[in-house]
Design a protein around this ligand. Structure first.
Ligand code: G3I
Length: 381
């Protein structure tokens, strides 16, 4: 008997559920293995459907998440493990134990293993920018540090990592180059040098440029296209461009997403949605350590009201509807976290941005995405 999740949960939760204001808080949990539909079996042929893993998951400690990831996805990205500060916290002192386990996690499951990220202004140790005599490092020094880092990290996983986010978030929202320490020390060609070094380290690896707000900021999208064109004119390898996809219920619109994929694809590159989640919480100033969020800024502590749950389901269905219309333009869609409790979007509050809830139960959004992928329903817009 195929378990209909909702029927099963409902039968149990009537006994144990709490009904308030049309909101259900189900207590029944369905073993991951019993969750019948698997995204990786439903996506168009050749697509990667992935998820960002934290260390507890790639180490295999979070066994429920490991089972879910293994069942649902054919690609993984490290949420933090392959960032500069995680791999080379001190000059020349490389750490690879948890990183090796991350790569093995994917290899053992026949997954496409992604590397995130080599050159970024954030999560890069201060020693990288420091020059002799206390001033900033000069061009030659920074280039040497960038090349050594890329050669060591990309070289170690040669042939085992499918592709790398070589440069991450090099743009301001107006499309100009961000005032990154890499740019200050090396110059505007730091991006080209990073792609050159990555190609040298693993000629077989796919190389990506990755950024956010490309779908909501046309000027930024134009900036990304300028970066791509510059690399292409220099004869440097770049295989795809990533829109991170840290979206909201209403922004970007499906028209903006459609337009973005069309414009980025026109460069000849494939397009990826690399860090998908839907933030449901109101924008607030970053909470100070220990500062409690105001109730108004944290409205879903006890779970999502049904109307928001359904709005989230429609949002994901609409997004995947657009992705399917561009099935030949897109190569990968990756969620930025396994389940709501794992999401970076909590940050002292209680957010619900993903397809699985804190009990690792599939949410209506999961059902809607599987229905859209299975062609059983079209998006509402
Ligand atoms: O590892 C330390 C740990 O030792 C310490 O006890 C703990 C307490 O502060 O912090 C831990 O470091 C945290 C790290 O995640 C690992 O968990 C950092 O504080 C925290 O800032 C860092 O957050 C990551 C964030 O990037 C940093 O910018 C998020 O997990 C990660 O989801 C997020 O991912 C980025 C992508 O790489 C690029 N695009 C945007 C996306 C969201 O910001």
């Amino acid at each position: 008997m195929r378990i209909d999740r909702r029927g099963f949960a409902k039968s149990l939760s009537v006994a144990a559920g709490v009904m308030a204001a049309g909101r259900w808080t189900t207590v029944a949990t369905l073993p991951v293995a019993a969750q019948t539909a698997a995204l990786k079996d439903l996506v168009p042929k050749g697509w990667l459907i992935g998820v960002a893993l934290n260390q507890r998951q790639s180490d295999g400690t979070d066994t429920v998440a490991v089972e879910l990831v293994t069942r649902q996805f054919n690609s993984i990205t490290p949420e933090n493990l392959l960032k500069f500060e995680s791999v080379q916290r001190q000059p020349g002192a490389f750490t690879f134990e948890p990183q090796d386990r991350y790569v093995a996690f994917g290899a053992d499951r026949g997954m496409a293993v992604i590397g995130h990220t080599l050159v970024w202004h954030s999560q890069t140790p201060a020693w990288v920018w420091a020059g002799a005599g206390g001033g900033p490092a000069d061009r030659a020094t920074l280039l040497e540090r960038m090349q050594t880092h890329i050669a060591t990290v990309v070289g170690r996983y040669k042939g085992r990592i499918r592709g790398w986010d070589v440069v991450n978030e090099a743009l301001n929202d107006d499309g100009t180059l961000r005032d990154s320490p890499w740019r200050r020390g090396i110059g505007d060609d730091y991006i080209a040098k990073a792609f050159e070094f990555a190609r040298q380290a693993d000629p077989g690896a796919e190389l990506y440029y990755n950024d956010f707000n490309l779908a909501t900021r046309p000027a930024k999208r134009a900036g990304a296209i300028r970066i791509i064109r510059d690399l292409q004119q220099r004869g440097l390898r770049i295989d795809a461009v990533g829109e991170q996809g840290h979206w909201r219920l209403e922004s970007p619109t499906t028209t903006e997403i459609d337009q973005t994929i069309t414009e980025l694809r026109a460069t000849g590159l494939k397009v990826m949605i690399t860090e998908l989640d839907v933030n449901l919480l109101p924008a607030v100033e970053r909470l100070a350590a220990g500062q409690a969020p105001s109730p108004a800024s944290n409205p879903f502590v006890n779970g999502l009201p049904d109307d928001v749950q359904q709005a989230l389901a429609r949002r994901y269905a609409d997004a995947f509807g657009v992705f399917l219309r561009h099935r030949d333009d897109i190569t990968r869609v990756t969620f930025w976290g396994v389940s709501d409790g794992d999401s970076w979007l909590n940050r002292g509050r209680v957010n619900h941005p993903l397809l699985w809830d804190r009990q690792r139960q599939p949410k209506p959004a999961f059902d809607e995405v599987t229905r859209v992928l299975a062609g059983k329903t079209t998006s509402s817009r």
